[in-house]
Design a protein. Structure first.
Length: 354
């Protein structure tokens, strides 16, 4: 084991109801996490509002609460169960947002609960569009012309500098909720208003459209010791401008040169190392099909929808390993249960196409 104190009991947050953009992938992830923690002899407490999941089966966790996913419910569960740790990164965007809300209300500090895995500061830095942009500029990573806005007036000022079409991305939402692409001033006003309402912090990112560029994702892992690996990369069949949720994805990428693959891999690992991610992470890029130019779109500082696909394709159990990393295990200490030969610090072999 490592110098990180091992918790006796852990509260796992589920992802709630199955909705567009957040479905059974997170039931899979949460179930894998509970099983991985129990393997380590840790008591698991699960909170999820959706009884129609595998993770809420009574043999998956030691204690199951089928309750609304609100900060007050989590506070009451913590008060009753007194877990030592909270695992926020396996319940999709719902679980992540809930964990941030619980931490910011001081509930974790009040009851002496540690946020396991990726630190709160890293989650906030990856999820807050302004903080994330600042980090990318600090790292020298290419960013798209953009502005963080909190009102329609600010959007109208931005469009004077950067012409339409513009992409609207609300902060702290999943699956593009409240966002879209504006090609006319009327669309800009409508989508920005919708995005501001959809964002829990009333914040939207406006950015230059990269429609027609390739959309590439990397599933990556990092442990508390700083070991970073790539699980796999994926390429959307459709270019930028078609939402990933509406596109077919191919793993591994089929049209990248080795130079392009290595360039984006290096960038993904540099970003998760700078953020201090502990566990699974998803990095999304746009790549100009006519040059080596690229831009970082966003980072999901958690197990994502893509993680389930990446796990099935590669045979690398991302959610299971992420849960063990969250309690302080290092990648080189963990045996990949699929291969039974290599440690989890080995990147999966490229012997698949999905």
């Amino acid at each position: 084991m490592t110098d990180v104190q091992r918790p006796e009991s852990v509260l796992v947050l589920g992802s709630g109801p199955i909705v567009i953009g957040q479905a059974a992938e997170f039931d899979y992830a949460g179930t894998q996490a509970c099983r991985a923690l129990r393997e380590e002899g840790i008591r698991t407490i699960l909170v999820n509002s959706n009884p129609a999941t595998i993770m809420t089966d009574e043999d998956v966790a030691d204690a199951v609460y089928i309750e609304p996913l609100t900060p007050e419910v989590v506070r009451r569960v913590i008060q009753r169960e007194r877990p030592e740790g909270l695992l926020p990164t396996l319940g999709g965007q719902t679980g992540l947002n809930l964990a941030v809300a619980v931490a910011e209300r001081g509930i974790l500090d009040r009851y002496g609960v540690r946020l396991l895995g990726t630190p709160l500061a890293a989650i906030q830095q990856a999820e807050d569009r302004a903080l994330f942009r600042d980090l990318l500029l600090e790292l020298g990573e290419p960013v798209v012309d953009s502005a963080i806005i909190t009102s329609l007036d600010q959007a109208l000022e931005f469009v004077k500098r950067v012409p339409l079409p513009l992409v609207i991305r609300p902060a702290y939402t999943l699956g593009g909720t409240g966002g879209g692409v504006a090609t006319t001033m009327a669309e800009l006003e409508s989508i920005v208003s919708s995005g501001l309402n959809a964002s829990p912090i009333h914040q939207v990112l406006l950015e230059r459209s990269l429609a027609g560029w390739k959309e590439i994702e990397y599933e990556v892992m990092r442990d508390v010791g700083g070991t970073c690996i790539t699980i796999c990369n994926m390429e959307n069949l459709d270019p930028m401008g078609v939402h990933t949720g509406d596109s077919i994805v191919v793993a591994p990428s089929q049209t990248l040169t080795d130079d392009e693959y290595q360039m984006l891999r290096t960038s993904a690992l540099r970003i998760i190392d700078a953020l201090g991610i502990e566990g699974g992470c998803n990095v999304q890029f746009a790549l100009d099909p006519h040059s080596m130019s690229y831009a970082v779109i966003e980072v999901n500082p958690r197990v994502s929808r893509s993680s389930a696909l990446a796990s099935k394709a590669t045979g690398y159990p991302i959610a299971r390993m992420a849960a063990k990393i969250a309690i302080g295990r290092r990648l080189h200490e963990l045996v990949n249960p699929v291969t039974q030969k290599t440690t989890a610090a080995f990147e999966p072999a490229l012997d698949y196409a999905v």
